[in-house]
Write a protein that binds this ligand. Structure first.
Ligand code: 0X9
Ligand code: ZN
Ligand code: ZN
Length: 305
C-alpha cells in the first residue's frame, strides 16, 4: 500500500496517482507522457486551480536515475503537500491559483522497478539495442545539450552511457516532446536527484557562464537558505560544471537552452553517509526542507511572470 513515509513500489505509485487525482478533482488532473521502453505508462500530474484558461507552469520531475529513491518520494510528497495546504497556506494558494505545476513522479520507471527487483544500485534506463549485451543509457546524458561531449561515455556498459544518439531513450523523448510542446507556458524546470545536497543550474555541458547566472545564483542561494532554516541542512549552489562535475546531455541544460530560464537540479540528502540508501526515517525531514526551497523558487518565478 502507498505510504508517504516509505519508498513505494511502482504499482503503489500508480494506484496513488489514480487515487490522489480522483480525490482532488478541483485541483489535480492527470495525463500520460507516453510509455517507457518496457511499456509502463509515464503518468504526469497537473496541479493547479482550473481558471478556464492556459496558465504559466512549473515542470518538476523525479526519478531520472533509478537508484535515487528519495527523489520520487519527494514528488509524491510535493503533490500531497500542495493539495493539503491549498486554501490554508497563502503561498501555495497563490501559486496554484496563478500557475500549474506539472509533476512527473517517476521519469525512469523501468529502471526504478529494476532497483526493487534485481539491482538496488541501477541508474540507467533498461533499453536494449546496439549489439551490446549491456543494458540502458543514462537519461541525464541523453538530452540534446552538448550531447556526449563531456562527462559522458560512449561505452554502452558505462553507467554514464549517453545512448546511441541524442534522445535515443523513449523516456527522454517523451519528456522532451512534452516540454517542447509546452515551452511557451513552462517557466521553470526542476529536476530532483540525490545525493550531495546541491542546488545546481546551467551549465554542466560547458564552462561558459549562463546569461542568467547572477539571477540563478541568487535564487539558488536564497532557496538553499530557506531549506537550511528548517533543520540546518547545508546545500551548496552553483553551475553544474564547476559545482559537481562537467557532464553533457543533461535535462537542466537542455531545458535552459530551450528557453526555460529557471532550470535547477536538486541533489537531495545526504552527503554520502547513506548515499542512495537514505533511510526511510529521513523521507519526511528531507521532503519538508526541500519544499521550502521549491516554494522559494516558485515564488520567485511567480514574481517574474
Ligand atoms: O550526474 C548527474 O546526472 C547528476 N548527478 S547524479 O549523482 N544524481 O547522477 C547531476 C546533474 C547535473 N546537471 C547536468 N550534468 N546537466
Ligand atoms: Zn541523479
Ligand atoms: Zn508538510
Amino acid at each position: 500500500a502507498h505510504n508517504y513515509m516509505k519508498y513505494n513500489r511502482w504499482t503503489d505509485i500508480e494506484a496513488w496517482v489514480s487515487s490522489i487525482t480522483s480525490g482532488n478533482p478541483a485541483l489535480i488532473s492527470r495525463s500520460t507522457l507516453g510509455k517507457t521502453y518496457e511499456g509502463r505508462s509515464m503518468h504526469l500530474i497537473k496541479i493547479g486551480k482550473n481558471t478556464g484558461s492556459t496558465k504559466p507552469a512549473i515542470f518538476i520531475d523525479c526519478g531520472i536515475h533509478a537508484r535515487e529513491w528519495i527523489s520520487p518520494a519527494f514528488c509524491q510528497w510535493f503533490v500531497q503537500e500542495a493539495v493539503s495546504t491549498y486554501g490554508s497556506d497563502s503561498q501555495m494558494t497563490s501559486l496554484l491559483d496563478q500557475m500549474d505545476v506539472f509533476v512527473l513522479p517517476v521519469f525512469n520507471v523501468d529502471g526504478y522497478e529494476h532497483t526493487w527487483k534485481s539491482d538496488r544500485m541501477w541508474r540507467k534506463t533498461r533499453s536494449r539495442k546496439s549489439g551490446s549485451s549491456c543494458i540502458g543509457a543514462d537519461p541525464n546524458r541523453n538530452f540534446n545539450a552538448g550531447w556526449c561531449t563531456l562527462g559522458a561515455s560512449s561505452n554502452p556498459c558505462s553507467d554514464t552511457y549517453c545512448g546511441s544518439s541524442m534522445e535515443s531513450e523513449i523516456e527522454v523523448q517523451n519528456v522532451a516532446n512534452f516540454i517542447r510542446k509546452n515551452k511557451s507556458i513552462i517557466k521553470a524546470y526542476l529536476t530532483i536527484h540525490s545525493y550531495s545536497q546541491l542546488l545546481l543550474f546551467p551549465y554542466s555541458y560547458k564552462y561558459d557562464q549562463a546569461k542568467d547566472h547572477a539571477e540563478l545564483m541568487s535564487v539558488a542561494e536564497s532557496a538553499s537558505e530557506a531549506l537550511r532554516s528548517l533543520y540546518g541542512t547545508r546545500y551548496t549552489s552553483g553551475p553544474g560544471a564547476t559545482t559537481i562535475y562537467p557532464a553533457a546531455g543533461g535535462s537542466d541544460d537542455w531545458a535552459y537552452d530551450l528557453g526555460v530560464k529557471y532550470s535547477f537540479t536538486f541533489e537531495l540528502r545526504d552527503t554520502g553517509h547513506y548515499g542512495f540508501l537514505l533511510p526511510e526515517s529521513q523521507i519526511k525531514p528531507t521532503c519538508e526542507e526541500t519544499m521550502l526551497a521549491v516554494k522559494y523558487i516558485a515564488a520567485h518565478v511567480q514574481k517574474n511572470l
